[in-house]
Write a protein that binds this ligand. Structure first.
Ligand SMILES: Nc1nc2c(ncn2[C@@H]2O[C@H](COP(=O)(O)OP(=O)(O)OP(=O)(O)O)[C@@H](O)[C@H]2O)c(=O)[nH]1
Ligand SMILES: [Mg+2]
Length: 255
């Protein structure tokens, strides 16, 4: 019943109904969770097209997504989360989508919160909206080391961009055509979201955070081991500052 009410609300929202809109779902070995993610996105908005970017999975991720009639882009080998997401943005740009939401394939992002994510975009107040685990709503459980890492990234990203960033690594996002055009042209690799905050600031896109509650992954496993997290910390912090001096990317629209 709650689902039906939510669906009706979305459909009734003329601002959303008139937009060509896409959900990008990056997925690596997520056969256990991807089906539910697709169902939940459809429950929120049945007219939101869904593209699952299967990043070289060795399980049935692509088959499960295709069985549910999601569009599947199957990468021939693993590009990493940045490459997978950029593939989704390129698809969105080339097919004329005006609005994109990003939802992880592991079930951590709750599509019923997409309404809150979309609000600043539909109001014309943001180019990119980021769902933040640390902007007010309690409930996200994480390890202590991850919390510390996030605080460091958030502090560094805020310093570099001159804006308040509380959750720089969140991939739960909504983006308009301007942001789609930028990220279709270039998107950072490996652990991209933190670096992308610098691109957003350099291009003077308006980044707004909204509080969200994130869940535990429903199946599969996280790729972030302790060794990788040390590498992750060093690489991202370096990349944040290097990003300031990188050549400015020409968005796809302006080429
Ligand atoms: N880690 C990882 N994820 C990928 C890759 N390609 C696509 N993905 C998908 O990107 C999403 C985010 O990856 P996660 O490993 O969950 O990263 P995370 O959410 O930051 O970390 P956790 O909190 O441990 O889940 C998931 O839906 C993955 O399936 C890749 O090469 N590496
Ligand atoms: Mg995850």
């Amino acid at each position: 019943m709650a689902e039906a009410v939510r669906t009706a609300t979305v459909r009734a929202d003329p601002r959303l109904a008139s937009l060509k809109r896409l959900a990008i779902v990056p997925a690596l070995n997520e056969q256990g969770g991807i089906g539910l993610v697709i169902d939940e996105i459809r429950a929120f908005d049945p007219d939101l097209e869904i593209v699952v970017v299967d990043d070289g999975s060795r399980d049935r991720t692509a088959e499960v997504a295709a069985e549910r009639s999601a569009h599947v882009l199957r990468l021939p080998f693993n590009l990493g989360i940045g490459g997978a997401v950029q593939t989704g943005f390129r698809y969105a740009f080339e097919n004329g989508f005006e609005l994109v939401v990003r939802v992880d394939g592991d079930g951590q992002h709750d599509p019923s919160q997409l309404g809150a994510l979309l609000e600043p975009l539909l109001a014309g107040e943001a180019d990119i909206v980021v769902g933040s685990r640390f902007a007010g709503l309690a409930g996200y459980r994480s390890t202590r080391s991850r919390h510390v890492a996030n605080r460091i990234f958030a502090g560094a990203a805020s310093l570099v961009t001159g804006q308040r960033v509380t959750d720089p690594s969140s991939g739960f996002q909504a983006l308009n055509r301007r942001a789609i055009a930028l990220f279709a042209a270039d998107y950072p690799h490996e652990f991209p979201e933190v670096e992308a905050t610098v691109m957003v600031a350099k291009h003077q896109l308006r980044r707004v955070e909204v509080p969200v509650v994130m869940r535990e992954r429903v199946a599969g496993r996280s790729s972030i081991s302790f060794v990788r997290s040390v590498y992750f910390m060093s690489k991202v912090l370096l990349a944040l500052f290097v990003g300031l001096f990188r050549r400015t990317v020409v968005p796809m629209e302006d080429r």
